[in-house]
Design a protein around this ligand. Structure first.
Ligand SMILES: [Cu+2]
Length: 579
C-alpha cells in the first residue's frame, strides 16, 4: 500500500507548484509579494470551450449532464499523463476565499463587549459585510486592490469601519483577496467575526481556502495555532481536515491553502479544530452550504431525468418517447443504487413527477422532483457564549472547561433584539450608524479604538405572501419559500427553535435529504426542531396561505430567552410576512 503514495505524492506536488505560479502572473492581488492560491485553471476545471467549465468564470455554466473527458497533459502543458487520465466532468468552477485567524471583539445584545478568538474575512470583504458568502470566482478574487480608498500609507488596508465611508470596502465594492503581508496584518488583526466568514459554493466546484494566522494581539502570551475543519466533509483527507493531531496546524505568521472538491449539496459548517471546546466557545465557528447541481440545469430540463437519466438502459428512453439523457446516476461518486449502497446520498424519487426546471430556480438538494425548491437562503448559526469563559480568555486566568455555562444564546452571533437589528426596522432610525445603514452589519469598537463590523449577519426573515415560487395547481396565490440553513455549533447546550404560525418543513438533516431508499420523501412538518452541537438541518418556511404579520422563531427553552442578566432576549428572531 505504501508504494503508490511514494510515487504519486512527488508527482502531485511538482504538478501543483508551477500551475499556481503561472496562474497568478504579477499584477493581480494588489501586487503583493505574497500570493494567495487561487488558480484560474486546473485539471478538473481547465477552462476553454467544450469542457463544461468556462473558467475563469464570473457566472455558473449550465449543467447539461455528465461529460466523459480525458486529459493527456496538465493545464500548464508541462506534464504528460500516460496513459491519459479519464474522468467524469460535472461542470462547476473554481472558487476561492481567504480568512484570517486571530482575535476580536463582538457586541452582545445587552451592550457588553465580548472578547473572542475568531476568524475574519481577508477576501470578499464587501460581500461578508453585506451578510453574503465571501466565496468568489478567481476573476474577482485575483483582481487585487488598487491604490485609492483601500490603501492607507501606500499599503492595502481596508479598515472597514461599518459605515459607508471612502475606506469602507462596501463603498469600494471590494471583494478581492488581500495578498500583501502588510494588508493581511493591517486588515486581519482584531478583525474577528461571529459567525466566522460565510462560505457557499456549488457542487463540483473546487474550493481553495487560505487561512492566515495573524496572531492574537490581546494575548501575546499565547502562541495559538488555528486550522479549518470542514465539518461533515465526506471526502476528507487528513491533510486538509484541520484536525491537528492527525494533520498540520497553522502557526502565527503562517498561511495555508485548504483544498476541497465540493461534495454533496447541503448545509454544513466549519470551525477551528485547535482545543475545540476552547476555540469553539471563543467564537471560531462558521457557516457553509453547498448548492446542488440541479440549480444549474437549463430552463425546461426534466428534474427527474437529470438525476435518473433514462434509468440506465438504452430502451427506456425511446419507449417513453424521450431523447436519451445521461443522468447524475452515471457518475460513480453521486450514483445512488440502494440495492448495493445503503449509504447513497440522494435516492431517485419513486416516480417522474414531470417537474421541469425554471431557469434560475434554487433547490436545497438534487431532489429530482422539485420538492426542495426555495426562493432565498437564510443561514442561521446557533451558538452560545459564556461571558466568564471569554473574560478569562482575554486575561491570564486559567480557564475552567468543566464550569462552562452559556449565558448568551446567539443566532448568527446576535441575540434578540439584535437579531432583527437592521436600520429602519423595529424602531431603529434609518440613519443609525450601528448597525450600518447600508449593510446592516453590527460593529464593535475594538481596543485600538477602530470600529469593525463584528456581526454582519442579521436574521430577520421577510417573506412575501404573494409573488414567490411556482404555484401548485390547487393554490391560487403562492408565497415565498425561505431555506433556513440551520447549524448548531454550541459547545455546551442542545438548542431548540420553534415557529408558531408558519409550519417548518424539515427536508434535510446533516446534509442529507430526508428520503427513504425507495425514493419516498420523508419530509417532516413540525413547529420545532432540536439540534446538538455539530448538527445541521434544512428547514423550508413557506408563506403560502399565511396571513401577513409578524411571527417568531424562538426557543421554548425559556432560560435561553435572556441575555446574561437581562431577562428578555436570547435565541429569538422575527419572521415578517408582507402582503
Ligand atoms: Cu483556533
Amino acid at each position: 500500500m505504501r508504494k503508490p503514495y511514494k510515487i504519486w505524492l512527488p508527482i502531485l506536488l511538482v504538478y501543483l507548484a508551477p500551475l499556481t505560479a503561472s496562474a497568478q502572473a504579477p499584477g493581480p492581488q494588489g501586487g503583493g509579494s505574497f500570493r494567495v492560491q487561487c488558480p484560474t485553471a486546473t485539471l478538473l476545471h481547465p477552462g476553454g470551450s467544450g469542457t463544461g467549465n468556462p473558467t475563469p468564470a464570473s457566472s455558473e455554466a449550465p449543467y447539461t449532464g455528465p461529460i466523459s473527458r480525458s486529459a493527456t497533459k496538465d493545464p500548464t502543458g508541462a506534464y504528460t499523463f500516460s496513459p491519459a487520465l479519464t474522468f467524469t466532468d460535472h461542470g462547476g468552477a473554481i472558487k476561492c476565499q481567504e480568512i484570517s485567524g486571530g482575535d476580536g471583539m463582538m457586541t452582545e445584545a445587552d451592550g457588553n463587549q465580548t472578547y473572542m478568538f475568531s476568524f475574519g474575512p481577508l477576501s470578499g470583504l464587501g460581500a461578508i459585510q453585506n451578510g453574503l458568502p465571501g466565496t468568489q470566482f478567481p476573476s474577482v478574487f485575483n483582481s487585487g486592490y488598487t491604490a485609492g480608498p483601500n490603501f492607507v500609507n501606500s499599503q492595502p488596508n481596508p479598515i472597514y469601519d461599518g459605515v459607508t465611508s471612502p475606506s469602507d470596502p462596501v463603498a469600494a465594492g471590494a471583494n478581492a483577496a488581500l495578498s500583501d503581508p502588510a494588508g493581511i496584518m493591517n486588515t486581519g488583526v482584531l478583525n474577528g467575526n461571529i459567525p466566522a466568514p460565510l462560505m457557499a459554493f456549488d457542487e463540483d466546484d473546487e474550493f481553495f481556502l487560505t487561512l492566515s494566522n495573524v496572531g492574537m494581539i490581546m494575548r501575546p502570551d499565547l502562541f495559538e495555532q488555528h486550522t479549518v475543519h470542514f465539518h461533515g466533509y465526506p471526502n476528507a483527507s487528513s491533510f486538509y481536515d484541520g484536525v491537528p493531531d492527525a494533520s498540520l496546524a497553522i502557526n502565527i505568521g503562517g498561511s495555508f491553502t485548504y483544498y476541497y472538491v465540493a461534495p454533496d449539496a447541503g448545509t454544513y459548517f466549519w470551525h477551528c479544530h485547535i482545543t475545540p471546546p476552547e476555540h469553539l466557545q471563543m467564537g471560531m465557528v462558521g457557516q457553509l452550504y453547498v448548492r446542488p447541481r440541479q440549480n444549474r440545469l437549463q430552463g425546461g430540463a426534466n428534474l427527474f431525468q437529470s438525476l435518473a437519466g433514462c434509468l440506465g438502459n438504452s430502451t427506456d428512453c425511446p419507449a417513453r418517447g424521450l431523447p436519451a439523457v445521461l443522468g447524475q446516476q452515471s457518475d460513480k461518486r453521486t450514483a445512488c443504487n440502494p440495492a448495493t449502497d445503503i449509504l447513497c446520498s440522494v435516492p431517485i424519487p419513486v416516480t417522474d413527477t414531470g417537474a421541469l426546471q425554471t431557469a434560475g430556480a434554487k433547490y436545497v438538494y438534487n431532489d429530482g422532483d422539485g420538492s426542495t425548491a426555495y426562493d432565498f437562503d437564510v443561514p442561521l448559526q446557533i451558538h452560545g457564549f459564556d461571558p466568564n469563559f471569554h473574560f478569562v480568555g482575554m486575561t491570564f486566568n486559567p480557564e475552567g472547561f468543566a464550569d462552562m455555562k452559556d449565558k448568551y444564546f446567539l443566532l448568527n452571533g446576535r441575540s434578540y433584539p439584535d437579531t432583527i437589528g437592521i436600520s429602519g426596522y423595529a424602531g431603529l432610525p434609518a440613519t443609525a450608524t450601528n448597525p450600518d445603514p447600508v449593510t446592516n452589519a453590527i460593529s464593535t469598537n475594538d481596543t485600538d479604538s477602530i470600529s469593525r463590523p463584528s456581526q454582519p449577519l442579521h436574521s430577520l426573515i421577510t417573506l412575501s405572501a404573494s409573488g414567490g415560487h411556482a404555484c401548485a395547481a390547487t393554490v391560487t396565490t403562492c408565497g415565498q419559500r425561505a431555506a433556513l440553513r440551520i447549524a448548531d455549533l454550541d459547545v455546551q447546550e442542545y438548542q431548540t427553535l420553534s415557529s408558531i404560525g408558519i409550519p417548518m418543513l424539515l427536508v434535510g438533516f446533516n446534509a442529507k435529504i430526508l428520503r427513504d431508499q425507495a425514493g419516498n420523501n420523508l419530509f417532516i412538518k413540525t413547529n420545532s426542531i432540536t439540534l446538538g452541537g455539530g448538527e445541521s438541518l434544512d428547514v423550508i418556511l413557506d408563506s403560502t396561505g399565511i396571513a401577513p404579520g409578524t411571527y417568531f422563531l424562538y426557543t421554548p427553552q425559556l432560560d435561553h430567552l435572556s441575555n446574561d442578566a437581562e431577562n428578555f432576549g436570547g435565541l429569538m428572531t422575527e419572521v415578517v410576512v408582507t402582503q
